[in-house]
Design a protein around this ligand. Structure first.
Ligand SMILES: Cc1cc2nc3c(=O)[nH]c(=O)nc-3n(C[C@H](O)[C@H](O)[C@H](O)COP(=O)(O)OP(=O)(O)OC[C@H]3O[C@@H](n4cnc5c(N)ncnc54)[C@H](O)[C@@H]3O)c2cc1C
Length: 413
């Protein structure tokens, strides 16, 4: 009997690679007509595959799950991942803020080389196979274009992804299949996601799609901790999204869940203190309009100027003290995270308490889980893919260790 790997994203393909290298027969199933679709989408953004910061800082990105992720990264961390990419003939470089990318900034050449290597190693890839659960005899049930198929495998690696961008294959439909088997699953939630802001019609029509650059945002979470971050984001139809927002998304989401909404304080002129901003706002403007005055003295223009006008009345706009106070601490109320399907990644998933150190389900011996379907989250920066690869590696090794020695193909065979 072969090993079944279900899910052909980075985690599943990595599990398959380890199994094949150890001599196992591997059947890999995916619901889509081809594997690695989300990985290819990540490539559209340049494929930030990992990060070159020191290991301790790297690990801190996994927040409350550092303890669970640490042993995975110890097996296959950022350096091993880079070496592995190089082994596929793909060069990498360290970009700004230490993010690591393939030189071509694309996923397709890497995926192509990887799939070729997996096929050469004997991987049997079955696309358009949607796993629908377990049959009464323990077989794996698949819906295929030819009808239902039941497969028996000695070990199974589930690498079914999270619940975002469902059209690429990962739709979270596995959650009830596992909970029905007594596996604790933390509900999937959006991570690295946008948020809703009740814009006025005027602001929405005027500024949706506009960037807000050089901003510092801060807020106090439900536990009284202050979060602060500088960067940029984009005004959307529904609210805000982009790097700065994604970086704060986990505590923002959790604070909204606890309190119903959260107010971000935006500093629209982070390089200058309140006294300086007040002095600039109060500087005589002669015949210049207020907006060109604020633009030339304080760089407040575009969506920043729009936000200011949303926050202040016409009369307040002529009071330099009020204007300066709003520029330095503009309140922006976020009412909800945008839906999971739009998010870059998912929080929640199979609880680590349900797994042993090889990522095998304690309730279902022989069934391993890997990738984004596990209950961890991390910001963007290559941390997502790194942990997916690492957990795929650990789950694959765990499955391999269970097979030995019966099922393995010895070189003499
Ligand atoms: C727009 C975007 C950009 C991103 N950019 C980056 C980036 O630059 N760096 C980074 O680190 N991360 C990035 N990510 C996140 C990263 O792509 C994911 O975290 C990663 O792909 C998850 O890997 P996985 O193998 O766990 O799951 P997935 O890649 O989601 O793969 C899961 C596979 O399982 C299959 N599947 C699901 N259910 C079933 C079923 N019932 N039966 C059979 N098959 C099934 C799916 O079809 C899919 O192929 C990005 C994500 C998005 C959406």
């Amino acid at each position: 009997m072969a090993v079944a790997v279900i899910g052909g994203g980075p985690a599943g393909l990595m599990a398959a690679e380890v199994l094949l290298a150890g001599g196992a027969e591997v059947d890999l199933y995916d619901t889509m007509p081809s594997v690695g679709r989300k990985f290819l989408l990540a490539g559209k953004g340049g494929l930030n595959i990992t990060h070159a910061e020191p290991a301790e800082k790297f690990l801190s990105r996994y927040g409350a799950r550092q303890r669970q992720i640490a042993p995975l990264l110890a097996v296959f961390g950022a350096e091993q991942l880079r070496a592995w990419v190089h082994g596929l003939g793909i060069e990498t470089f360290v970009g700004t803020s230490q993010r690591v990318f393939p030189k071509e900034m694309k996923a397709a050449p890497l995926l192509r080389a990887w799939l070729h290597r997996l096929r050469m190693a004997g991987a049997r890839i079955h696309v358009r196979h949607r796993w629908t659960g377990w049959a009464a005899d323990g077989g794996l049930r698949f819906a295929t274009p030819q009808g239902e198929r039941t497969v028996h495998a000695e070990c199974t690696v589930l690498a079914l992804g999270g619940g975002s961008w469902a059209r690429l294959g990962s739709d979270g439909a596995w959650v009830p299949l596992l909970t029905a088997r007594g596996v604790p699953v933390v509900p999937l939630a959006p991570s690295n996601c946008g948020f809703e802001v009740p814009w006025s019609e005027h602001f929405r029509a005027r500024y949706a799609g506009h960037p807000l650059k050089a901003i510092t945002a801060s807020f106090t979470d439900a536990n009284g901790n202050v979060h602060k971050r500088s960067g940029e984001f984009i005004v959307t139809e529904h609210g805000i999204e982009g790097g700065l927002v994604y970086a704060l998304s986990a505590p923002l989401r959790d604070t909204i869940a606890a309190q119903g909404s959260v107010t971000l304080q935006l500093d629209l002129a982070p390089g200058r203190d309140l006294a300086r901003v007040t002095a600039e706002a109060a500087h005589p403007r002669g015949s210049r309009s207020l907006s060109s005055h604020l633009q030339s003295r304080l760089g407040i223009k575009g969506a920043k100027a729009g936000l200011l006008r949303e926050a202040l009345s016409a009369a307040e706009m002529h009071d330099p003290q009020r204007v300066a106070a709003a520029i330095k601490a503009l309140p922006l109320r976020l009412t909800a995270a945008r839906p999971l399907d739009e998010a870059i990644s998912s929080a929640g998933g199979v609880a680590f308490e349900a797994l042993d150190e090889h990522l095998m389900l304690q309730a279902m011996p022989g069934v391993f889980c890997a990738g984004e379907m596990l209950d961890w989250e991390a910001p963007t920066g290559g941390y997502l893919l790194t942990a997916c690869f690492a957990s795929g590696r650990v789950a694959g090794s765990g499955a391999l260790a269970r097979l030995k020695p019966r099922t393995l193909i010895s070189p003499a065979e």
